[in-house]
Structures are given as C-alpha cells and as structure tokens.
Design a protein around this ligand. Structure first.
Ligand code: PRX
Length: 661
C-alpha cells in the first residue's frame, strides 16, 4: 500500500496529540484480569493457553490435540466432543444460577418485556429441540432462522445446537430475495420465522417476506412461525402441511428433555452470510468447540464479566456481533444478557438510556454509528437518566472516530467507565484486537493491542511488515480457535479469499491499518470493494447487481461516501438503457429497488443518472473519479480516462453535493 510522506507525517501528528486513558484505579484493582503476564504466556505457548481456556467449558470427551494446523486448514480440539447448548444452558443449572435471568427482553412497544431465567431457557430450548426433531430435523441438517429480536431467536439457535443442526440466521431487515438466496445456499429443511416484528413503530412483515422467498426455496419442508404481533391484528397466510405456529408446535411436544448431542469439536455450529467482493454473499462456517472457547473467553475478559453484571450488547442477532456477544459468549459465561427488539429512537431518542437506567445495565456494547447518532441528537437525552449502573462501555463494527469515543466516554461513561474498542469480523468469530479493561491504557480511535494468543501484522503488497505509522494490510499470522473454517459450499473461495495473497499461513483481513510506536493498532477501514455502512458490510458488486436488475439500468457503479452518522453512505452511478430518460422519480425508484432487492440497509443515499461511466482504456470503471465527484472534490488525475468528456458531463449535470438522508 502506497504511503505518501504527507500521510505519515500527519499520522505522527495525530498520534502525539492522542489522549491516553489508563484503566481507572478502582476498576483496574477489581478487574477479572490483572496479570499482564498472560500476554507473554500465550505468546510462548499458545496451545497450552487455549487449552487452559477450553478446560473451563464442559466437554463430553476430551480432545487429543489442541490445534491441528495444515495451512490454511486448521482444526481445534481435535477428537473432543461437546455441546454448545449444554455449555450455554445446562451448565448453569446448579445452585443460584438456576434462577438467575439469562435473557432479559424488551419489545419495542414500551412495556412489553419477558425475562427467562436459566431454568426457563433450559425448558424452552429442550422443547424447541424436540419440536425440530419432530419436524424431521436431524444432526447435520440446516435450519434457517428469519426472526425479529425476540427470545425465540436465541432459543431456536440453541435448540439447533442441541441436536447438531446447523443454524443460519438471516437478519430480519433482509429482503425476500436475500432470504431465498441464503436458504437455497444451505438447502435448509426448516425455516423459523415470525408473523412480523416492530421497528421504529412500524411493522416488519416477516412472514409475508418469507412467503415470497419460499416460492423459490424447494428444500424447505416446514415453516414454523412465531406469533409476535398477533393473529387477530396481523393475519398471515399459513400453508397447509407446510406452515405451523411455533406455540402450537411447542405445545404438541410431549416430552420435556432432549439430551444434548455430544458433537465433534469441528461439528458445524452455524453459517452466517456476509458480503464479499463478488455479488454473492459468503456463508461463513463456524464450528462448535473453537468458536465457543473463543467467544467464552473474550466475553469474560474484554467485558470483564462478573456474576452480577447486567450485560447489554445492542447488536441484532442477525449479525455476527449478536451471535457471539448477545447469545453464545454471554450465555457460555452464565451472564444476564439484555435483548432489545427495536431502534434507539423509539418512542423517543432516550430509549437506550431508559433501558440502561431501568435494567441497571452495567456493561454496554454498541456501535460507533449509534454513538454518532446520539451525539447528533444531543447529550440531553442521556443526561435525563441515571446511568450510574454502567461500569464498562464497548464499541464494535467500524473505526470509531476520536470525537465519538470522547463523547461516549464523557456523556455515557461519565468519565468513569473504560471503553473497549473491539476489532474483529464475521470470519474471526471473536474479538481479536481490543483493550483488556483492567490492563490496557486506551487511546481514542485505536482498538489498541491484540488479545493474548493473537498474532496480527501489518504488511505491504509483498507481505513484508511495514514500519511504525505506515499504512498496510492487516493480516493474522497464526490461527485462533474461532476462525471460520470455510465458506459453505465453496471451500476454494475460502482459500482464494483469505489465504492466497501471502500464502496459506497468513489470513488476509481485507482491512487497512497502521501501528504506532507503542504497537497500538489504528484500523483504517476496508481496502477491498466492501463498504461499511452503519457497521454493516455491503459489497459494491452486490449493490451493482441489484441496480442492473432494474429494467432502466444498463450499467452501474457503486462507491462509499463519507457519512456523518453511518460512517459510510452509498452513492450509485447508473447509466440508463438507451431511450430511457433520466428523471428524478427514477432515482427514487432505483433507491427503493435496491432496498427491495437486498434490504433497507442497502438503500443508496444518492443515485446519479449518467450518460457514461468514466472508464480506463482497459474498460475498468474509475471509482476514484466517481468518489471525487460524489464528495464534491477537485477531480484527480484523469489521464488514463478513455473519454475525458464523460467526466465533464457527469460534473456538469449530476455532480456536486446532494443532501444525504
Ligand atoms: O472493517 C472492519 C470493521 O468491520 C469489518 C467486519 O465486519 P463484519 O464481518 O460485519 O463484523 C462486524 C462486527 C465484528 C472489519 O473488517 N470493523 C469491525 N470492528 C471494527 C472495525 N473497524 C475498526 N474498528 C473496529 N473496532
């Protein structure tokens, strides 16, 4: 990666200006982890380190080998058998933990709430596992789950894990097409959905969407529908012999216990789809033992979990953050995990702080995009509430700008709470770069240092480590237990995507980064054609395919543009088919078309209808120039452009700043 002298100078400047926040005194003294020696021990003997963590979980059969690495393939805890649902539920049924709240749920409509103790969760998961079996689901089968943030979602996941079925959760904001693609890729036998969910006061018609998807998903034999909204108010179609209500199916289960299946450590626990650089999302495959060890440990250390913590990760379970840090990590630790169905501004912009105050949340894990949203609304919404229960704050999903970090520290943490800025990915399964709150001095905007046992590096195009303060590609040089093992149905793509650039031993993250003189990592965002919009990954190719599937569009190019809340926004440049007039209502239609095709998170902020896209002589679209136009900047070097007049045309007719929503 080329770094200009100017850039490195500005880095040095930023770094010397950076404020430092050592762990607050009382906090450091009482943290779970106060021994810095753990870093060295893990470095010297990572396998012994990970084995000592794994021993804290329940294994039905011990492993023969901690790590079996034939690059790029890796297995963890080979020969061991365990069950993720047993570790997340049954393991906590002794003594006082039995009646401890496992899941504290709030619906979006104020006043709707449910609490499930570990005992309740045990009962529900067993029943749901038996129900799935009665529907013909067997070990090794795939089950797709398309639910809002309701307790049935973790229950369904854990029920799958209990019988060895592989779950594939699809975010409720995804469109019927996206759902169908994901179901078909995994050839799921059963789909679990709901009549709908609430989002910002509106109903999201999940069953209706699912019905559309189900028109083209031949593998699905049964559809189980959770009644979230109510049959009277929101009737849905139920197809005879295929569709059943969750509560009826659960009620018809006659037994109460479903013994957990002892599963190989490498048994597929779940697949989760994420956007890549091609149009087709990748189904990352996570397996049982390593994933659970990784999420268990990182939840315990990064969030310094204690017996009486009320822990709230605000992510939707449809994303990896929800899988690892709403469900598996906290439950493996026997923690109380809060789940909230809706948006932060419903019924008012203080909803999060209202929940923190009423529930006495002590650990809060959210995204920079949410924090920037709160900043924009003003501190008064948080100031109205007693936030004294909070003791630790987390951030995830995208680089957090120092201003947002400091605002979070001052207005939410009230200068008492350490902030953990956690870097990781769907592929990594667990947090890899993050402060440990009792040990690490933090710097706003840096995810700080790798966790024990993790070995990142920042390299140039040839794989050589770059110097202090220089830009490079973030890679990982040694496997960790929860690394995704494959891409479902496409192992070659897995190797090509992650392990080909620098050889089979080096995992390529797709992120750019710099390291400062103290070894702190500063993440710079994606270096591939993947956007990060409000913490969600979207491939530009996926969006471009959605645009050209519209009858009016001949060719499209999508780029990311800076956005004050979402981090990145989406700008789409479309060349129309001949004879089609560029009209304003068409731009709006195209925005809606993408939202319908992919999901509302993918709705472009700006659509430019252009006569030609700027291309090089080798027919490559010059995204850099489009970016300059969208940002209203002076357009850079155009010497390689086939037809410079194209650019003039775009600038004249379509360029300049547009209002983003
Ligand atoms: O670019 C990085 C960014 O989010 C990407 C991973 O996205 P996804 O797989 O959807 O998982 C999101 C939740 C882990 C990364 O490649 N990213 C995530 N966390 C951070 C981050 N960038 C900077 N700082 C972070 N803390």
């Amino acid at each position: 990666m080329a770094t200009t002298d100017n850039q490195s100078e500005s880095v040095v400047h930023i770094l010397t200006e950076t404020r430092r926040y050592p762990p607050p005194q009382g906090f450091a003294e009482q943290a779970n982890l106060r021994d810095p020696g753990v870093y060295e021990r893990a470095r010297e003997d990572p396998e012994t380190f990970w084995a000592s963590v794994a021993e804290e979980l329940h294994w039905d059969q011990p492993w023969d080998r901690v790590m079996n690495w034939t690059p790029p393939t890796v297995e963890w805890f080979t020969g061991g058998k365990l069950n993720a649902s047993y570790n997340c539920v049954d393991r906590h049924l002794d003594g006082a933990q039995r009646t401890k709240p496992a899941i504290v749920w709030e619906g979006e409509p104020p006043g709707e709430e449910r609490t499930l103790t570990y005992e309740d969760l045990y009962r529900e998961v067993n029943r749901a596992a038996l129900m799935l079996r009665s529907l013909g689901v067997e070990k090794g089968d795939r089950v797709s789950i398309y639910l809002p943030m309701v307790p049935e979602l973790p229950i369904a996941m854990l029920a799958c894990a209990r019988i060895g079925a592989t779950h594939s959760v699809v975010f409720g904001g995804f469109s019927p097409d996206s759902l169908a693609d994901r179901i078909n890729d995994g050839e799921a036998k059963v789909l679990i959905t709901a009549d709908g969910g609430y989002r910002r006061g509106k109903v999201v018609p999940l069953k209706e969407n699912a019905d559309k998807a189900l028109e083209k998903t031949p593998s699905v034999r049964k559809v189980v529908t959770v009644e979230r909204l109510g049959r009277d108010k929101y009737p849905v179609n139920m197809l005879e012999n295929r569709d059943i209500w969750w509560h009826e199916a659960m009620a018809s289960v006659t037994e109460s216990e479903c013994p957990p299946e002892p599963l190989d450590a490498e048994h597929p626990l779940y697949t989760l789809y994420t956007s890549g650089t091609t149009g087709k999302p990748k189904g990352l495959l996570h397996t049982t033992g390593g994933y659970l060890v990784g999420t268990y440990l990182t939840t315990k250390w990064v969030f310094d979990l204690k017996e009486d913590d009320i822990y709230w990760c605000t992510a939707d379970i449809g994303w990896v953050t929800g899988h690892s840090y709403v469900v598996y990590g906290p439950l493996a630790n026997g923690a109380t995990t809060v789940m909230y169905e809706g948006t932060p501004d419903y019924p008012d912009k203080d909803r999060f702080w209202d929940i923190v105050e009423r529930r006495k949340v002590s650990v809060l894990y959210t995204a920079p995009t949410a924090i920037r949203g709160f900043m924009g609304w003003g501190a008064e919404y948080a100031d109205k509430h007693d936030l004294s229960s909070l003791r630790l704050l987390g951030s995830v999903g995208e680089p957090i700008n120092p201003e947002a970090w400091v605002w979070y520290h001052e207005h939410i943490g009230r200068e008492r709470c350490p902030i953990v800025d956690t870097w990781w990915q769907t592929e990594t399964g667990m947090i890899l770069i993050s402060p440990l709150p009792g040990l690490t001095t933090t710097k706003p905007g840096s995810a700080t240092i790798p966790l024990p046992g993790i070995e990142p590096d920042i390299v140039d195009d040839h794989g050589n480590s770059v110097g202090v303060g220089q830009d490079g590609y973030l890679v990982l040089k040694r496997p960790w237990p929860s690394i995704a093992r494959s891409i479902w149905g496409d192992p070659e793509r897995y190797v090509a995507q992650y392990f080909s650039k620098y050889g089979p031993e080096v995992y390529v993250t797709g992120d750019g980064a710099r390291r400062d003189e103290e070894g702190y990592y500063w993440l710079m965002g994606r270096v591939d054609d993947v956007l990060n919009v409000a913490g969600h990954r979207l491939g530009t190719m996926e969006l471009e395919s959605a645009l050209v599937s519209h009858e009016a569009v001949a060719e499209a190019a999508v780029i990311g543009i800076p956005h004050s809340v979402k981090g990145q926004g989406i700008a789409a440049f479309c060349r129309l088919r001949s004879g089609i007039e560029p009209r304003d209502d068409l731009r709006q239609q195209l925005r809606e078309h993408v939202a319908k095709k992919v999901g509302s998170i993918a709705r472009p902020d700006n659509v430019y209808l252009v006569a030609e896209l700027p291309k090089t002589r080798s027919a490559k679209i010059m995204r850099r120039l489009l970016r300059d136009i969208a940002e209203g900047k002076v357009v850079g070097d155009t010497t390689t452009l086939t037809d410079p007049a194209v650019l003039e045309d775009i600038k004249r007719n379509y360029g300049g700043a547009e209002a983003t929503e």
